[in-house]
Design a protein around this ligand. Structure first.
Ligand SMILES: [Zn+2]
Length: 117
């Protein structure tokens, strides 16, 4: 794996649907990612780690964020912002790309060769 620090970018894309369950995506992080392909070449890129209102509700790290968004639909006080920032930071510290999905990667590579990416 890469030794880079997690240079995480929080993406705000309201209304996005979870690719797994179709639920609402509350937030997304961009995590640096990289892997070795044929001939030992390194591919570097970014992986998105999504926070889904349904899939991530039971997770000890992301669950509190789901609860936060449910309770505080709109941020109204500085306390809320600080609380959310702390929760998101904890998530960022724990976030990691999911294990490489070989089939998804192959599909992406195909799409890249077809000029679709
Ligand atoms: Zn989901």
């Amino acid at each position: 794996m890469m030794s880079e620090p997690n240079g995480l970018t929080l993406l705000a894309e309201p209304g996005r649907a979870c690719p797994v369950c179709g639920g609402e995506i509350l937030a997304a992080l961009q995590v640096p990612n990289g892997w070795t392909i044929e001939q030992g070449r390194q591919v570097r890129g970014h992986t998105e780690v999504l926070l889904c209102e349904r899939c991530d509700r039971e997770d000890p790290v992301t669950g509190p964020i789901v609860v936060f968004f449910t309770v505080h639909a709109q941020l109204t006080t500085a306390d809320h912002v600080d609380e959310l920032a702390a929760l998101l930071q904890r998530w960022a510290d724990h976030a990691a790309p999911r294990p490489l999905d070989e089939e998804a990667l192959a599909a992406e590579v195909d799409a890249w060769y077809r000029g679709e990416l």
